[in-house]
Ligand binder design. Structure first.
Ligand SMILES: Nc1nc2c(ncn2[C@@H]2O[C@H](COP(=O)(O)OP(=O)(O)OP(=O)(O)O)[C@@H](O)[C@H]2O)c(=O)[nH]1
Ligand SMILES: [Mg+2]
Ligand SMILES: [Zn+2]
Length: 359
């Protein structure tokens, strides 16, 4: 059963080693709603909740999210499961809102192979935003594919398609219309059996409609965009993984609310659990992982357990994250400065008025 959901030897090995001995069962989180999850296991679908401990640990790895492989403990009588642990993720779409950089990591989807960046060919299209999504997806090592929807609504799509293609030479761009069925085969060619794909993009671009069309049923709720400004209405509020008849999987997500949220804080980040684990095993706690004796990182590179490439990637990513954080701190300071300046101005003005009255 769970093979259908992308269970691989890799996860099976990890599970057998670490979780099976405790009597846990394996499952994939396929539906995430407020406070409760649906997990598919070999015995069928069960409702599950995370343990308090897991929620507590969520600061570091984020809470269990759609796409996660988890270890469950079943309460057979109640027919409910508790999520005891999250299996190490292969990849994760990470979101951190710019205004709360300190808050816990939020994961949009886990163990994703392909990220479809969905934008409609009419009003929503914004090449700069697509570029930001692309940069973020590229960092992760997940494959980005740009999906241009509502082809039936525009006359001359060619220019717009060219504009997107010009952003990045190797980029895959698919043009579809759920209305006419154009481009659906092209889209499906990117959804390999056994692979997990996620649809991301603004509200109203047609993510859920695309899934319904591929399933030939109204599985997802969809809603008209606002006529006045063509904006979506935030119809989808949960994250859900769907298996297509072809064997590939698609995760539907709620439209991203804030335009430009992706600027520097939202992206698909590869998860480097293994590297982080290694770094805790160095002889010296302040190891710089360059030439110290007993450095577990350099040791693993030498023995071939860790590729030089992956390490460099990790170091780069950490640097970028530090830079992004600096930027946020600077922005916060600027806001504070402006606020101060403003209140001083008000203060001076009141003082003047006060004097004016008195004099
Ligand atoms: N003409 C046309 N309309 C489309 C197409 N695809 C979707 N729509 C319409 O666009 C509107 C919004 O579609 P949804 O699928 O709800 O959009 P969504 O991306 O899931 O939006 P959120 O769930 O809010 O993030 C609906 O009225 C759809 O019928 C298309 O290919 N052509
Ligand atoms: Mg939707
Ligand atoms: Zn080290």
């Amino acid at each position: 059963m769970i093979e259908q959901y992308g269970w691989t030897d890799h996860f099976a090995d990890v599970f057998k080693d670490k979780y099976e001995p405790s009597g846990f069962i394996a499952g994939r989180l396929i539906l995430q709603q407020r406070g409760s999850y649906t997990v598919v296991t070999d015995e069928g679908q069960v409702t599950a909740r995370p343990t308090g401990r897991l929620l507590h640990e969520a600061d570091d790895i984020g809470q269990p999210c759609v796409g996660d492989w988890v270890a469950l403990l079943m309460d057979e009588q109640a027919g409910i499961g508790t999520v005891q642990a999250i299996l190490p993720r292969k990849s994760a779409l990470v979101r951190r809102a710019i205004e709360d950089a300190s808050r816990a990591t939020q994961i949009i989807a886990a163990n994703v192979d392909v990220a479809f960046i969905v934008t409609s060919l009419n009003a929503d299209m914004n090449p700069r935003r697509v570029q930001r999504y692309l940069a973020a997806v590229r960092q992760s090592g997940a494959r980005p594919v740009v999906v241009l929807t509502k082809a039936d609504l525009v006359e001359n799509a060619e220019d717009r398609i060219a504009e997107i293609k010009a952003l990045d030479s190797g980029i895959a761009v698919v043009t579809v219309s759920a209305r006419t069925g154009a481009g659906l085969d092209d889209f499906l060619s990117h959804v390999q059996a056994g692979e997990t794909c996620v649809l991301i993009g603004s509200s109203g671009v047609g993510k859920s409609t695309l899934i319904n069309t591929l399933l030939s049923e109204d599985r997802m709720v969809t809603r008209e965009v606002r006529e006045t400004d063509d904006q979506g209405r935030h119809t989808t509020s949960h994250r859900e993984l769907i298996v297509l008849p072809s064997g590939g999987m698609l995760i539907d997500t709620p439209g991203i609310r804030e335009v430009g949220l992706l600027d520097n804080e939202e992206g698909v980040a590869e998860v480097f659990d293994d590297v982080e684990e290694l770094m805790t095993q160095c002889k010296f706690s302040n190891c710089s992982h360059t030439r110290e004796p007993g450095c577990a990182v350099q040791g693993a590179i030498k023995s071939g357990d860790l590729s030089e490439e992956r390490w460099t990637h990790f170091v780069q990513l950490r640097l970028e994250m530090a830079e992004a954080k600096d930027k946020i701190d600077r922005a916060a300071r600027d806001v504070e400065k402006r606020r101060l300046a403003q209140s001083q101005k008000t203060y001076r003005a009141t003082k003047r008025n006060y004097r004016g009255i008195k004099d």
